[in-house]
Design a protein around this ligand. Sequence first.
Ligand code: GCW
Length: 682
Amino acid sequence: RADDGYRLWLRYDPIPDASLRQAYTGAISEIVIPENPRPLVASARDELVAGLRGLLGADIPVVTKATRDNALILGIPRDPWIAAVVNEADLREAGVEGYVLRRIAHEGGHRTLIVANRDSGLLYGAFALLRHLQSHQSLDNLNVISAPKIQRRLLNHWDDMNRHVERGYAGFSLWEWFYLPEIRDPRYRDYARALASIGLNGTVITNVNANAQILTAPYLAKVAALAQEFRPWGVRIYLTARFSAPIEIGGLKTADPLDPAVAAWWQGKVAEIYRTIPDFGGFLVKANSEGQPGPQDYKRTHADGANMLADAVQPYNGIVMWRAFVYSPDNNDDRVKQAVTEFAPLDGKFRQNVIVQIKNGPLDFMPREPFSPLFGAMPNTRLAAELQITQEYLGQSIDLAFLAPMWREVLDADTYANGKGTTIASIVDGSAKLQHPSVIAGVANTGTDRNWTGHLLAQANWYAFGRLAWDHQLSSEKIADEWTRLTFGHDDTAVSTINKMLLGSRETVVNYSMPLGLTHIMAEGHHYGPGPWVDKLGRADWTSVYYHKADEKGLGFDRTATGSNALAQYAPEWQKLWGNVETCPENLLLWFHHVSWDHKMKSGRTLWDELCLRYQQGVDEVRALRRDWDSLKGRIDEERFTHVAQRLARQEKEAINWRDSCLLYFQQFSKRPLPTGVEPAT
Ligand code: GCW
């Protein structure tokens, strides 16, 4: 059968081992759900029925009261007997959205329970149970309590109203505006189901750069139709709010946040939104960044702008996610400093339903950059992390880059804001300070491609984001292993090979594109492939030369006290480590220092030789990826095998292009020969 990847990680293929299949079938004799289930419970039921049919090849009957031994029961602990086996403490641990999965002895036989405080927990619990079976784990001692650490786990779509996806590499936007609200692609349901399966509970469906059209009445009716499709899967809709909307669609002369007419316009608009979409989540705003309008156009602050919107949504429990990705056109200072410069003085000035949303790094979703210092600079403000699932700077939908290890680096990064151990994860989830609602956002990599994400293996990034949003303690290894088994089955060789490929892939991209802390030297505009020579654009901080600063002496951006001193925005512990060229980890060396070509690296080589060898290593690693994948021929279906093999072949060409382009370019400055081991340019 043709396998185009549409089913994602929800394949439910028959479990090959007959004895295991039998064991499961014996252990789940019927599914018990309450009469007239509410929508989320009905979704849980449908998923269990479909999942078990696929995995076990049997139709498990659905009943409203347990009639036999080995019933699988979905319940909210109103039944006294459930309360007797799942106690108060368990339920507290499961919290608002979590679940308890438990196999218990009951009346001389057994029951399997999915218990939760709310319907959403039952839905997540159903997916978790199916995942358990797909992982071929035993049901015998099943006993799991799981609850999300972050409350709002959102995708951010950069989808324009004309269905173009900014930085999207998987086709067009999924939202068919022209056809909505009457005509609804069944894919909307599949999309929401995929989100629910990994615990995501919201989605911002429009680009932060989109126009204000989305907020007009005809479009709100279309959004309401999408919301209706998503709702049974517990997925709420959020929209971007263009700050100048009162002018563009409201007929006002100003969008000044302190003008009462402007505030009144937004209040009216918000009331209209909630009449149309009662469970609307709130707004995401990009203001005064890259040409977008904002409060500063009226000499007001980000806080003035955000608070005005926050007050409008507050009566409905809505939230405002205000992005901190800012760099102004007239800024002569190091661009990476600006978010802290602009936002830190506003700490404590935002309403409680405002969350300042920060990209993981201070520059822009580079293959590697240090964490954004803003996470440690606003102790009295709710802060969200924005990660990029779509691979704008990491090979788009051609190169393989599994991003869980990169996100782990960010989540685990210690800001020292409240002393040692104040990780970004603890700031985002609110455990380091009072911070509700907590939010994490991932810029989506989905589109109309049959396999959703363009590169089949990029599905792993969507999956990883959802799993980390639910539980930011999960290891990259665990997530990779889960995804690989769900997607490719349990062949030992296939699993270990694919896991290994995934886990090393991001570092490989770093090696052949921007090693040793280099950033932003990609091609102009589309951002795919090398462009270290990019110079003389509209603004200096869009060029590559601004970032690598190659000259006769050396390479890299001095961000210490002798340079831009961006380093001063970090805790003293980091300043000490990163500020010294001898102690700065080499993977961030050229981010923080301008280093002489002859600087001696840990390997004993010069910077120049090391740089050359890193680029070469990147190429070699892509070749190894190809060999690994080729070794799987016959172990996975031909269609998916070919799909990935073709992309890896292209990736090798691109890696060579990166190596040759960057080394030839930098060699003009270093004036040194390539060291042994580096292939001459092709
Ligand atoms: O990474 C840059 C992208 C822009 C994007 C911007 C942002 C949505 O190149 O395409 O615009 O960041 O995050 O606002």
